[in-house]
Design a protein around this ligand. Structure first.
Ligand code: F0G
Length: 463
C-alpha cells in the first residue's frame, strides 16, 4: 500500500452541502479526520445537510418521486438506498456510486407470532434479504461510494462478521482493497467465508470485537486506510433508508413500535435519525417508539441507562452466542441514548434461551434470521409482559441478518445443544421448537414410518 497513491485526507469538494457535526460539542466541519472523531472533543460526528428539504415544502411530492423511481431502470434508481437520495449526502457524480442493488427488502407479516403474542399488526422488516445477507449493505453502498470518491485504495473495518462481509463485497465492486479485523474464533464461518471469497485481507485477532475496533482506530491514524465501521457517518446515512422504505411500505402510517437489536448501536442511531428527519420534513405525522434489545451477556446500553440514566457508558465483558452483537463497549451509545429518549423507546435484554426460541419461531414463519436478529421477538415478548407494548398496537421487528449467516447455531439448537447441556430445564422447555434431523434407512417403509410418527406431533391444517 503506497501512501502516495492515496489522498492526504478525504475532504469533500468545498461546494458540497453536507456538514459533519459533532454530537457532543456541536462543532461543524467539512473534512473530518481519518478516525471520524471530533478534533475538539473526540466524540462521534453526524452528517447534516441543508439540502434535505421537501420539494416546494410538500412531502407528498417527495413520496411520489420515490415511488415513481421504482419503475425506472437507471442503476441509481434500482438501488433501494439511492432511490431515497434526497435524504442522503450526494457524491460529486453518480458514476462514483458503488451499488449491489441493496435495499428494497421485504416487510413480512408474522401470522404465527401474531397469534402467539396476540398482536394483530406484527411485521418483520427483513434487512437480511440484502445482497450480502445483512443490513450492513445499506450503509456500505454510501460509505464505499465516498471512500471511492476520496480516492482511497484501502478500506478497513473491525467486525463481528457482517460488516466485514459487506465491506469486502463493496470494496471488490469498487476495485478497492479491504482489510478485515475480526475476533479469532468468535464469528461465524459463514460470514468469514464471505470476506475470503470477496478477496479481503482477513486478520483474525486474538481479542474481542472491542479490541479489534480499538486497534482499527489507531491504525487509521497511521495508515492511509478508510474506516468503514459505523463510526463512519456515511454508513449511518445509508442505513437510514431502511426506516424510510419501511414507512413507505406502511403507506406512511407510523407504526407504534419499531424494535431493533443493539450491538455497536449504529443501526438504532441510523433508524432513529431517519425517523427524526422524516418527522421534521412532514413525511411522518408522529414518531414511533424505537426500542433497542440486547443479549443479556452483552447489555452495555441496558446497564448504561439503568445505572447512569444514560450519562456514562457502562462497558461489559461481552459473551453471547448471538455473536453479531457480542460487543461490550458500543461506539454509538450516545446516539442511541438520544434516540431512545426522543422517541420514548425502551431498552431491554434477553437471555440466550429466549433468543434461541425466538429464532426458531421466526424460522417457523418460513422467514428465518440469524440469532442477533431474533432478540427483537424475544424483546417484544418481554415488553408485552411489562405492558410497554399493547396487543392493539402496530409493531415492526427489524431483522438484521439472514438465517444462512450462522448455520452452526441453527444446527446446534435443533440438535438440543443450545442453550447448553447443563441447562436441562431450559432445554426441555425449548424441545417443542426443535426439529432435529433424523438418520433413516433408505427404504420406503422407514420413511413412511417417520412420516406417521411426525404426524402425531405436527398437526396438518385439516387435522
Ligand atoms: N444484527 C446483526 C446481524 C449484526 O451484524 C449487528 C452488528 C447488529 C445486529 C447490531 O447492529 O452494531 O448497529 O447495533 N454487527 C456489526 C458487525 C457489529 O461487525 O457486523 P449495531
Amino acid at each position: 500500500m503506497s501512501s502516495s497513491a492515496t489522498p492526504e485526507n478525504h475532504s469533500p469538494a468545498p461546494s458540497v452541502a453536507y456538514r459533519f457535526q459533532c454530537i457532543g460539542c456541536a462543532s461543524a466541519s467539512q473534512s473530518p479526520a481519518n478516525d471520524f472523531r471530533c478534533p475538539q472533543c473526540g466524540n462521534l460526528l453526524e452528517i447534516t445537510d441543508p439540502a434535505w428539504k421537501t420539494p416546494h415544502g410538500n412531502p407528498e411530492s417527495l413520496k411520489s418521486l420515490w415511488r415513481e423511481r421504482r419503475l425506472l431502470n437507471q442503476p441509481v434508481d434500482l438501488s433501494g438506498v439511492w432511490r431515497f437520495r434526497e435524504l442522503l449526502p450526494a457524491p460529486t457524480t453518480e458514476d462514483l456510486i458503488v451499488s449491489l442493488r441493496e435495499g428494497d427488502t421485504p416487510l413480512y407479516e408474522l401470522p404465527r407470532s401474531s397469534r402467539s403474542t396476540g398482536i394483530a399488526s406484527l411485521y418483520a422488516k427483513h434487512q437480511g434479504m440484502n445482497p450480502t445477507g445483512s443490513f450492513k449493505d445499506t450503509g456500505m453502498t454510501v460509505a464505499a461510494t465516498f471512500a471511492r470518491q476520496a480516492g482511497f485504495r484501502w478500506v478497513a473495518c473491525a467486525s463481528t462478521g457482517n460488516t466485514s462481509a459487506s465491506m469486502a463485497a463493496y470494496a471488490a465492486r469498487a476495485g478497492m482493497r479491504s482489510l478485515v479485523l475480526v475476533p479469532e474464533g468468535k464469528i461465524s464461518w459463514s460470514k468469514l467465508s464471505q470476506a475470503l471469497d470477496y478477496g479481503a485481507l482477513t486478520c483474525q485477532l486474538r481479542t474481542d470485537f472491542d479490541g479489534c475496533l480499538r486497534l482499527l482506530q489507531e491504525l487509521v491514524k497511521r495508515a492511509p486506510v478508510y474506516q468503514l465501521n459505523s463510526i463512519n457517518p456515511f454508513r449511518i446515512e445509508g442505513q437510514k433508508t431502511a426506516a424510510i422504505e419501511l414507512l413507505e411500505q406502511l403507506g406512511w402510517e407510523s407504526p407504534d413500535h419499531i424494535i431493533v437489536p443493539g450491538g455497536n448501536l449504529g443501526n438504532s442511531s441510523a433508524i432513529g435519525k431517519a425517523l427524526l428527519e422524516m418527522h421534521n420534513l412532514g413525511l411522518l405525522s408522529r414518531l414511533p417508539k424505537l426500542s433497542v434489545i440486547q443479549a443479556e451477556g452483552a447489555n452495555a446500553l441496558v446497564r448504561t441507562l439503568r445505572e447512569t440514566g444514560g450519562k456514562q457508558l457502562v462497558s461489559v465483558e461481552a459473551e453471547t452466542r448471538a455473536t453479531a452483537i457480542r460487543i461490550g463497549n458500543p461506539a454509538s451509545w450516545q446516539k442511541a441514548v438520544k434516540i431512545l429518549q426522543v422517541t420514548g423507546g425502551a431498552c431491554e435484554d434477553v437471555t440466550e434461551s429466549e433468543i434461541a426460541q425466538a429464532k426458531a419461531e421466526i424460522g417457523a414463519e418460513g422467514i428465518g434470521c440469524e440469532p442477533a436478529s431474533a432478540v427483537t421477538l424475544a424483546g417484544l415478548r418481554k415488553l408485552l409482559r411489562q405492558g410497554f407494548v399493547k396487543t392493539s398496537e402496530t409493531v415492526v421487528l427489524v431483522l438484521t441478518g439472514n438465517l444462512l449467516k450462522d448455520p452452526d447455531f441453527t444446527i446446534e439448537f435443533h440438535r438440543g445443544e443450545i442453550p447448553g447441556k447443563s441447562n436441562d430445564a431450559e432445554n426441555r422447555r425449548l424441545d417443542s421448537f426443535r426439529h432435529p434431523p433424523v438418520v433413516v434407512d433408505a427404504n420406503l417403509d422407514a420413511v413412511m414410518q417417520m412420516l406417521q410418527r411426525a404426524e402425531q406431533f405436527i398437526p396438518t391444517s385439516n387435522a
